[in-house]
Write a protein that binds this ligand. Structure first.
Ligand SMILES: [Zn+2]
Length: 96
């Protein structure tokens, strides 16, 4: 983790648009494969998103800090082009 300073922030998701696409979040399942994080949102927010690659497919991981509980969920897995598009939509508030 990068040391936090007020002037240093990563990417933030835009507020969710009214017509935003709902992502089918599922509880994260531990897997043996190696996961690479390609991109991520700022951890100043209670919900952090990570763009992950594993086994030739991509998915988005959502980590929510709720009342000191940490909930980790994952989007469905798909090819890079599909998930990179979804990642862009998520950042712009067009998917959530
Ligand atoms: Zn931030």
């Amino acid at each position: 983790m990068v040391e936090e300073a007020d002037e240093f922030h990563g990417q933030h998701t835009e507020p969710t648009a009214s017509k935003a696409v709902m992502i089918d979040w599922l509880p994260a399942v531990p897997r043996a494969e190696r996961t690479h994080v390609r991109d991520y949102t700022c951890d100043c927010r209670p919900v952090v998103y990570e763009l992950c690659q594993a086994g030739g497919l991509r998915f988005i991981r959502r980590t929510s800090r709720l009342n000191k509980r940490i909930v980790v969920e994952e989007s469905p897995r798909d090819v890079t082009a599909v998930i990179d598009t979804l990642w862009g939509e998520l950042l712009r508030g067009e998917a959530h």
